[in-house]
Design a protein around this ligand. Structure first.
Ligand code: ACO
Length: 323
């Protein structure tokens, strides 16, 4: 069967950093509270001139370079984002143009913090059916543009960034020993949309709105949904937790990550953590963490990696990739 193999990874974080000490000057909070409750020390903030597509292009170029291929050999480009450049057209088409990708097609996917996993799954389906041979999947966000910098419940959590993955079709045997994406399980439940949403949007208020969240409730659902979907994807693929080398979770809160890892029986040295220096970069967090895992040489060829995410909607997902 055809598998989607990871050919290269890239990441980009804006130069400007915002520390917890900076936030202490903006809202009533403390470095101690933020570190204890979230695990975050600092996050990156896009410069005024930097758009989501600019971040995506930087990450995409690096992923292409690491894959050793040029943009004109891509058949598909997907950008997962909650913070598109404009209402229309899709951010992915600007990225396509800036990368110099002349053929194929490009579009955006919106599933908030699960966006990258949804995009990866869609690209994987195109590759498995033989429609596409090479795809670039990017998670990119300028969340700082929809953060209410007067709301201490949310403004301490988020950061900007982009991560990218190049996928290529490869023939596998169809079992769990294959290299590439073995399985991705997606879920959503719109009944919970009010627990994590923006205060506006194109059709509702004609303004982009700000992020609002019932943190405690989101937290509760996150640990439950993430451990369930991780169990589901492992069961479907016939993999047990001890066969997995690394857990690469969506980076929202260290307590959620630790809680999920504990439920699954993973020690923290098998978890890739970028949260302390990046905060929650929504759709960018998993590709950035994969990029960090591979470039720090923790994740090596042959390793089996479990990825999982949960975001607004609610949306949540789990996946297994062999490097
Ligand atoms: N600094 C100081 N105090 C604060 C801050 C802050 N930045 N934010 C909230 N508080 C206060 C609250 O006002 C509250 O005070 P009160 O008891 O007087 O009312 C107190 O701290 C405790 O608030 P809780 O909300 O109960 O704090 P909790 O321990 O739950 O931590 C947090 C809050 C960090 C938001 C946590 O609930 C969380 O991480 N939730 C999940 C968030 C998440 O993962 N979101 C993203 C998932 S989807 C996505 O990525 C888009």
């Amino acid at each position: 069967m055809i598998r989607s193999k990871i050919l290269g990874l890239g990441g980009y974080l804006p130069e400007k950093k915002m520390t917890n000490a900076d936030l202490e000057q903006m809202v009533e909070t403390s470095d101690e509270w933020i570190r204890e409750r979230t695990g975050i020390r600092e996050r990156h903030i896009a410069a005024d001139h930097e758009l989501t597509s600019d971040l995506a292009v930087r990450a995409g170029k690096e992923a292409l370079k690491n894959a050793g291929i040029s943009a004109d050999s891509l058949d598909l480009l997907i950008v997962a984002t909650t913070t598109p450049d404009d209402t229309l057209p899709a951010t992915a088409t600007r990225v396509q143009s800036l990368l110099g990708m002349k053929k194929g097609f490009a579009f955006d996917i919106q599933a908030v913090c699960s966006g990258f996993m949804y995009a990866l799954s869609v690209a994987d389906q195109f590759i498995r059916t033989g429609t596409v041979r090479r795809a670039l999947v990017i998670g990119a966000e300028t969340l700082s543009r929809i953060v209410d910098w007067t709301d201490r419940n949310t403004c301490v959590l988020f950061g900007d960034g982009a991560g990218a993955v190049v996928l290529g079709a490869e023939t596998g045997s169809g079992d769990k020993t294959d290299t590439g994406i073995l399985n991705i399980v997606l879920h959503s439940n719109g009944d919970y949309r009010s627990l994590l949403q923006s205060t506006g949007g194109v059709s509702s208020t004609q303004k982009v709105g700000y992020i609002r969240m019932e943190g405690r409730e989101v937290f509760r659902h996150a640990v439950l949904n993430l451990s369930e979907v991780a169990g589901e994807v492992m069961q479907q693929t016939g993999v047990s937790p001890d066969e997995i080398d690394f857990l690469v979770p969506h980076q929202a809160n260290s307590r959620i990550i630790e809680g999920t890892a504990k439920k699954l029986g993973f020690s923290m040295d098998r978890v890739i953590l970028t949260l302390p220096d990046q905060g929650n970069t929504s759709a960018a967090s998993i590709p950035l963490a994969l990029y960090e895992g591979v470039s720090s040489q923790k994740i090596k060829a042959g390793d089996l990696v479990l990825i999982e995410a949960m975001g607004g909607g609610f949306t949540w997902a789990g996946g297994l990739i062999r490097f």
